[in-house]
Design a protein around this ligand. Structure first.
Ligand code: NDP
Ligand code: MG
Length: 391
């Protein structure tokens, strides 16, 4: 019997996750067809991807680059759109079965909501979507009978551990963290680190924003909030353990005390593939884990005093409402400023804390409240940067 192909839209196809997703699809041309590709600024790569995968439509987020992309693809039967609104709208195209959201930051929220409303299943890499408005996203997904399939490796691990289990039997989950490039360093060291050191991750090659988030432990902070929504957990059911080898991707502990861990080499193509092929698994020739290369798997508690972002994220998780949205917006400004040498590494949690403690709290925000919270927090964070200019 001929297999029915899954029609996939990839938002952020030029990024780290996007290119690895295309790699997975390239290996499985009988199973997946690319319907839509979107990029923000990397027009040349988008054009190359479009010519290779022949999607129905592409979107270039940066409108200035539209004529360039349009002209390059003029002789192909590919629709070309431009602008942020088009990224959000293109997910509604009828042929699409699954939207892989590999955008970075708050920009991922609206396309996710639109895709869910249009009844598309979501493979979600863009964790910020759930951090900002997890309640809205999960409610809307349930209403539209849409699956939210995690791509983040820890959440994919939890998702895999939960296969065949009753959710009521989960006692807690334990998210593993590599600890990033500054694991074991002291305050004195962190005071002076610059972006060049923070951009080198020991185990993963990722986009700049998540690489800085990993160095500052905010990535794990965002992930505890992401986990709360994906798996419907209470804050005290979520723990973090540092596991420098990144082989165990996360763990579920059940009410009987038994634990399940999911492991594998740190390669994002695995969780991407699982999200794309779910509930099936596909044969791959990806490198296999070899015990003799990893004679030791080690674990240690996170240093919450040094990496204050983790504590701030737990605070936001406990507080709920629009506090995670505030945390996220302040962090996006902090990371951008750090990448531009406008704030120090330890200045980032100070900025985030200041935004969290001065913001207007809303217990049950609407979508418009989230939009406003995001905008106001960014403004406040930019003001903070002006007042606390560091050189
Ligand atoms: P990258 O920065 O590598 O890629 C981001 C993609 O989104 C690019 O295609 C970029 O386009 C596009 N983009 C950026 N800003 C906008 C915008 N404002 N509007 C529309 N498109 C935009 O990020 P990653 O692939 O590393 O991460 C993507 C998401 O996945 C993040 O949320 C991250 O936290 C999450 N994630 C990533 C992992 C990884 O291994 N990389 C692991 C787990 C989660 P262009 O390049 O053309 O400018
Ligand atoms: Mg992760």
């Amino acid at each position: 019997m001929e297999k029915v192909k899954k029609n996939v839209a990839i938002l952020g196809s030029t990024g780290s996750i996007g290119t690895q997703a295309l790699d997975v699809i390239r290996q499985n041309p009988d199973l997946f067809s690319v319907e839509v590709l979107t990029a923000h600024s990397n027009a040349d790569l988008l054009i190359r991807q479009a010519i290779e995968f022949n999607p129905n439509a592409v979107v270039i987020g940066d409108e200035d680059r539209y004529p360039y992309v349009r002209d390059a693809l003029a002789s192909f039967p590919i629709k070309v759109f431009a602008g942020q609104d088009s990224v959000s709208q293109v997910v509604e195209m009828e042929q699409i079965d699954l939207v892989l959201n590999a955008l970075v930051g708050y920009a991922g929220l609206k396309p996710t909501l639109n895709a869910i409303r249009a009844g598309k299943h979501i493979a979600l890499a863009n964790k910020e979507t759930l951090v900002v408005a997890g309640d809205l996203v999960m409610d809307l997904a349930a209403e539209n009978r849409v699956m939210i399939l995690p791509v983040d490796s820890e959440h994919s691990a939890i998702f895999q551990c939960l296969a065949g289990e009753y959710r009521k039997n989960v006692e807690k989950i334990i998210l593993t963290a590599s600890g990033g490039p500054f694991r074991g360093k002291n305050h004195e060291h962190l005071r002076k680190v610059r972006k060049e050191a923070a951009l080198v991750h020991p185990n993963w090659k990722m986009g700049d924003k998540i690489t800085i988030d990993s160095a500052s432990m905010m990535n794990k902070g965002l992930e505890i909030i992401e986990a709360k929504w994906l798996f419907d957990l209470l804050p005290d059911q979520i723990e973090v353990i540092v596991h420098p080898q990144s082989i165990i991707h996360s763990i579920v502990q059940f009410v009987d005390g038994s634990m399940k861990a999911q492991m594998g080499l740190p390669d994002m193509r695995l969780p991407i593939l699982y999200a794309l092929s779910y509930p099936d698994r596909l044969l791959t020739d990806l490198p296999r884990f070899n015990f003799s290369v990893y004679p030791e798997l080690t674990f240690e508690p996170p240093d919450k005093d040094l990496f204050r972002n983790l504590g701030l994220a737990f605070e936001a998780l406990n507080k709920g409402g629009n506090m995670p949205c505030i945390l996220n917006a302040a962090n996006e400004i902090a990371v951008q400023a750090f990448l531009e040498d406008r704030i120090s590494f330890l200045g980032m949690p100070r900025l985030i804390e200041s935004c969290m403690h001065s913001a207007g709290f809303i217990r049950k925000p609407s979508y418009d409240d989230y939009v406003q919270t995001n905008r106001e927090t960014r403004e406040k964070a930019l003001e903070y940067l002006l007042l606390h200019a560091e050189s």
